[in-house]
Design a protein around this ligand. Structure first.
Ligand SMILES: Cc1cc2nc3c(=O)[nH]c(=O)nc-3n(C[C@H](O)[C@H](O)[C@H](O)COP(=O)(O)O)c2cc1C
Ligand code: SF4
Ligand code: SF4
Ligand code: SF4
Ligand code: FES
Length: 650
């Protein structure tokens, strides 16, 4: 017996060919079909190896092997640690485990020493001897590797006391960073596949759907459609064959919620899909994941193979009579392929372009069959709901938005990363609580929520509770969970241009309003940023934005004007300053800047003149220099070169 998932002895009859309904419970409490103390001891020992008791003399070291930490060298840490443990003869007392992303990638590579949960950040190979000799042998925590709160300067000893984690509610992400995603036993030891067992043996498909309805879960892919209702449509649809599709396309720039869940807890998504398949009456599932996520694909393949080996995916799962098979389809990375009908077209082998709805996928989806499509995070919520009950889930959040939501918190905030918070939390609590406030003591200006089609909300909206309806009424959207924080140095017209540039490039061109409308809006925004804006531009932008929103074929076109409309709503004065005064208040738009030299600060060193590609700077040695603005091409070189802060822009 090599793993928790293996047979304890010959009396265990479970295999995919002769399945046992108690397989999962058995591994946690078993054996259940026969009395044998030595079998019981074997399972117990495996479980204790996964969950070290608090007083254990053994140590377990978790090393983050998510994409972020892997790219900052965490794989080398694993090798170095294993070698050092052997050198010190500790290999039997200390185990090393890789995990998925902890969400705090900027502090990576991350390491946790269990059972005490000592949390080390930015660990390098050179630190390993000290961790082994000092901490594991000598019992002295390596202080210099502890997290230091940039706001207070305080150190955190354990994972839970780091403010970034302390203020979150990690339910979907509970396993990420704590279990080995390449070991199904770790998932099972953490309640994995109990929900599937419960659904298959204690609930009818209708009861499963009812439980999901009670939970109030809404799709996390963007639109927030009620999941239980979608499942009931697919269940009710006529069809000899039905599909379940997991949307792991995740095309929003900067978003990595779904990638982290797949890399850190792939079985949670598989279990959610299996439960969905049982509920809607499907026997085949696809996971559509972008090819730029090789680690997620690798871990999914391992997870599917292990679940098949254990008889949790395949025919007659756990002797329930339920069959379900899962395949992976790698997408080529076009943003529009995340749109559900484009995604299905792409799985069918055609160019991913949206189709008109109705018919909706629930009626006519993959290859014309009823199809249930949900996002990664939506599926990962399902095992929690089935295990704990819909009412438990519905107790979290607001009246119409239940549970938690994962956000990719980025931009000018002290703590960036992946955060999971209860619905209803305010933007202020996320940015200033979890995120630790604005970087470098600057002033908050806006937060862009909902990915490239989201809206920009100003300071007055910081106390807005995060739920689908409040965000929409404020001119933003929940989207899939992008949160970009901006400070006073951000130009909001430039931000609108930036996002529209993205959506315009990603427009598939199928329908005229989006194909032409995005181009025209981008032209206007570019012209405004370049100081060529006309008085009527604001009105034209507003009109175009409303036309595109109401007439585009798919969600890309219908939501892409949001950054324009929300910045016009809250930051109209910035548009007016660009157009009327030819001035960029945030001093970002190059064409509107005027570089000058402050004669009082200038020492006449001449560095700026030597760096100026336009020959626009003149002056005698040791005398204040001047810029000829008619020759200046506004490259900013002089400002960068001047060590005396004498070059100013206005
Ligand atoms: C342009 C565009 C891109 C989208 N990208 C994604 C995506 O990457 N992931 C996702 O789950 N949903 C995405 N969606 C939403 C899907 O169309 C669909 O609503 C979602 O997968 C349904 O799952 P849910 O009900 O669990 O949210 C996108 C929609 C549009 C219009
Ligand atoms: S709205 Fe844009 S992305 Fe969607 S179908 Fe029309 S052109 Fe394509
Ligand atoms: S680099 Fe600065 S100090 Fe030197 S000449 Fe230019 S403006 Fe003056
Ligand atoms: S901004 Fe560039 S072009 Fe203008 S004065 Fe400075 S170095 Fe020369
Ligand atoms: S990859 Fe390690 S914390 Fe995200």
């Amino acid at each position: 017996m090599k793993s928790l998932m293996d047979k304890c002895c010959e009396k265990c009859f479970h295999s995919p060919a002769s399945p046992c309904k108690d397989y999962i419970k058995c591994r946690r409490q078993g054996p259940l079909c026969h009395e044998d103390e030595s079998c019981r001891a074997k399972y117990k020992a495996f479980l204790e190896d996964i969950h070290l008791p608090e007083d254990s003399s053994r140590r377990q070291i978790l090393i983050c092997a998510g994409t972020g930490c892997t790219s900052s060298g965490s794989r080398k840490l694993v090798d170095a640690l294993v070698e050092e443990l052997q050198k010190q003869g500790l290999q039997d007392r200390v185990s090393v485990k890789i995990t998925g992303c902890h969400g705090f990638c900027e502090q990576g590579p991350l390491m946790i020493v269990e059972p005490q949960k000592i949390f080390y950040t930015r660990v390098q190979v050179e630190d390993i001897p000290e961790i082994v000799a000092g901490h594991l042998v000598g019992g002295q925590v390596v202080e210099r590797l502890l997290y230091v709160d940039p706001a207070t300067g305080e150190k955190s000893l354990t994972y839970e006391t780091v403010p970034f984690y302390a203020k979150q509610k990690r339910l979907v992400l509970a396993n990420c960073g704590h279990i080995n995603p390449e070991e199904i036993a770790d998932y099972v030891a953490n309640d994995g596949y109990l929900a599937l067992t419960k659904a298959l043996f204690e609930m009818t498909p209708e009861q499963v759907i009812e439980e999901v309805k009670i939970s109030g879960l809404r799709g996390r892919g963007g639109a927030g459609f009620p999941t239980g209702m979608k499942w009931s449509f697919v269940r009710a649809a006529e069809g000899d064959k039905k599909y379940v599709v997991c949307n792991a396309d995740e095309g929003d720039p900067g978003a990595f919620m779904d990638r982290s869940v797949l890399e850190g807890d792939p079985h949670a998504v598989l279990e959610g899909m299996l439960i969905c398949g049982y509920a809607v009456g499907a026997d085949e599932g696809y996971i559509y994941v972008r090819a730029e996520y090789p680690l997620a694909i690798h871990r999914l393949k391992i997870a599917i193979a292990q679940a098949e080996e254990c008889g949790l995916i395949g025919d007659n799962i756990l002797n329930s009579g339920f069959n379900f098979h899962i395949k992976i389809k790698a997408g080529a990375g076009a943003f529009v392929c995340g749109e559900e009908t484009a995604l299905l077209t792409s799985i069918e082998g055609n160019r991913g372009m949206p189709r008109p709805r109705p018919p909706f996928p629930a009626q006519k989806g993959l290859w014309g069959k009823p199809t249930n499509i949900n996002n990664v995070e939506t599926f990962a919520n399902v095992p929690l709901i089935i295990r704990n009950g819909g009412a438990w889930y519905a107790a979290m959040g607001t009246e119409k938005s239940k549970g938690t939501k994962i956000f990719a918190l980025t931009g000018k905030v002290n703590n960036t990363g992946l955060v999971e918070v209860p619905m209803g939390i305010t933007m202020r609590e996320i940015i200033f609580g979890v995120g630790g406030g604005i970087r470098d003591g600057k002033k908050f200006k806006a937060v862009q929520i909902g990915g490239p089609s989201g809206g920009c909300l100003p300071e007055e909206q910081l106390d807005l509770p995060i739920d689908y309806e409040s965000l929409t009424s404020a001119g933003a959207i929940m989207g899939s969970g992008g949160l970009v924080v901006m400070d006073e140095t951000t130009c909001m017209v430039d931000v609108a241009r930036f996002f529209l540039n993205f959506t315009q490039a990603e427009s598939c061109g199928k329908c005229t309003p989006c194909r032409e409308g995005t181009k025209r809006m981008l032209e206007i925004l570019t012209r405004i940023c370049e100081g060529q804006g006309k008085e009527e531009d604001i009105e034209t932008l507003e009109r175009l934005a409303r036309v595109v929103k109401s007439t585009a074929l798919c969600g890309l076109g219908q939501t892409c004007p949001n950054p324009i409309l929300s910045t016009l709503r809250y930051f109209r004065d910035e548009y007016e300053a660009h157009i009327r005064d030819k001035r960029c208040p945030a001093r970002v738009c190059q064409a509107l800047l005027v570089y000058t030299i402050n004669a009082e600060k200038c020492t006449g060193c001449g560095s700026c003149a030597r760096a100026c590609p336009a020959g626009a700077i003149s002056g005698e040695k040791k005398q204040p220099h001047v810029i000829d603005i008619s020759r200046c091409i506004k490259c900013g070189n002089c400002m960068q070169k001047c060590k005396f802060g004498a070059v100013e822009k206005a």
